[in-house]
Design a protein around this ligand. Sequence first.
Ligand code: ATP
Length: 305
Amino acid sequence: MGYILETKDLTKRYGSKIAVNSVNMHIPEGQIYGLIGRNGAGKTTIMRMISGLSTPTKGDYALFGTTGAKRRRLLSQVGVLIEAPGIYPKFSAQENLRIKCIALGVDPRMEVPQLLQFVGLEGVDRRKSAGSFSLGMRQRLGIALAMVGQPKLLILDEPINGLDPQGIAEVREILVRMRDERGISILISSHILGELDKVADWYGVINEGELLDEFSSEQLHLRSGKYVKIRTGNTEGALEVLSGMNIQAQLMEEKDCIRVEGHLDQTAGIARAIVNAGIDLQEIFLRTLSLEDYYLNMTGGGHHE
Ligand code: ATP
């Protein structure tokens, strides 16, 4: 697999504090990579180093397979949204994007309307200043700003932090479209694993400066142990129906409950078959053993905001 970004023993030390410790991260091309870790875990420090905003104390990274002086030129193909997105509050979304285009030597005439449309800000009153934007609008403008110059890799630090569910859904949709329509690779950080569920193709979990694990979304779903739980007044009958559908299932310790591994996308069909067989179906739903909890335990507990 081709990596758009690969780090090797990437380390950052501030005095005696090791903020990032020998991190070996692998970001596949054309995919969304979620970097998960609690506040202070080292996500921003990693992102600052690989965006060229800060120098590693030790270790290195390859961008598009390139290191050293050659890599510096490639940094123009990396779009970055880290911490304050550099929005001028007195200016409108259009004006903010125009300024960034001019700074990067990009013709704003095509770029600005396209970007506004891409992030769903095209309908906003052109006189509205960015300072009066909602958080969600500001984040979308921040993403559009990071996209100026059509980067191949986008680095977004906590772009969904503090957004409401609708705002989160909007940003997710933008990210997926960037990947699918433009083939952009995306590195996105979050302190909540669940927020990136359904969006990220790969995950890296970081704690106290160390990368604990890297895994694909398929591996995540296997590990998170999703299963279908069925509650029925007639478990024996329901098991028979499932067996007739070639679906393996077992009785759970919990009274009147059956557990089905896999077949997560067949809940409607399963429910229909059980009901059609005249069997009393009380509940059917997807259960998840939260990987979030698993990792929170692994990283010493704590809670998310
Ligand atoms: P957050 O989401 O809160 O930004 P994070 O995972 O991005 O968390 P970092 O900001 O990378 O974490 O910080 C990692 C550690 O390095 C923290 O303990 C932080 O206090 C420390 N740190 C970060 N920047 C500096 C700095 N400039 N000087 C000293 N220590 C720093």
